[in-house]
Write a protein that binds this ligand. Sequence first.
Ligand SMILES: Cc1cc2nc3c(=O)[nH]c(=O)nc-3n(C[C@H](O)[C@H](O)[C@H](O)COP(=O)(O)O)c2cc1C
Length: 336
Amino acid sequence: MIGPAFALASPFLRLMSPESAHDFTLKALSTLPFPAAAPDDPALAVEAFGLRFPNPVGIAAGFDKNAVAVDGLFRLGFGFVEVGSLTPRPQDGNPQPRLFRLPKDRGVINRFGFNNEGHDPALARLAKRKGAGIVGVNVGANKDSADKAADYAAGIRAFAGVASYFTLNVSSPNTPGLRDLQQKTALDDLVARAQAARDEASRTHPRRPLLLKISPDVSLSELDDIVAVALARGLDGMIVSNTTVSRPADLRERGLALETGGLSGAPLFNLSTRVLAETAKRVEKRFPLIGVGGIASAGDARSKLAAGATLVQLYSALVYRGPGLVRAIKHGLRGA
Ligand SMILES: Cc1cc2nc3c(=O)[nH]c(=O)nc-3n(C[C@H](O)[C@H](O)[C@H](O)COP(=O)(O)O)c2cc1C
């Protein structure tokens, strides 16, 4: 059982640096032969983007950037797995330390900077998989890329045969200039080129839904523009949100809060849920939304659904609550 294995390991995990603990967890998920979670109650199933999700709880991007533990994540009970962010060429990301736990706040700060092995290894792993399940591929741009939109298009072309859906990540705070792609003209160009790549790939593969993942730090007028572009271009959905560069005034870990990077976990919940609700108000159900940011319980997941999400994702709460959280959330949602 993964649960006891993690419980036994957790004192050691806490002694390790957060990044080593994460690498250890991924290794365990990809190698331990733990049994699969019980099949989902059909009442939990959700239709969105033309896909049928067995339950609405997904693992957010960044947990399994290189697609090494996809089957293990499905065995934990996630209804879908989003891998990435993946860039065309491998890159090391920022120097360590670059991942920080804020235990008193149940938060995490990261400034990884898109460390990943590049398209090829992840593609080989996904192509070799025999298991089923909805696998989203989250694409990004190399830090030193002169034409960032071209990197996103390359990701879509590369993964068209293995992705259930694509996410355009224009919201990581750790790649300089990336979030500028959320500005109206740049976003319109990016979405147009990503769609052209998707439509070209649709000649040989099924048409894959294209989603946009945004920052919770956009202003309401920027959000007006983003939703206008998404609707005008016919995007299939949006993910709200990525991590925040803001620091709520009531954070208890004052020293750690000074670390540069994106904040996630419980301190992100209110902000990301507010931006989700503002997005839903503008989208008026013309496409589905995925709510992410600070979910640590079934009640949190329900709040995201109430704010306009059709599906949810989480990452940081796993650090504090362990893998049993997925089952607990599904159980709570079923009883809703
Ligand atoms: C360590 C870490 C790495 C992340 N890497 C990515 C990434 O590569 N791409 C991405 O779109 N989001 C990334 N995220 C953001 C998460 O997908 C999610 O949007 C955010 O953490 C909020 O959810 P949470 O509060 O449940 O963690 C990362 C988050 C963390 C904590």
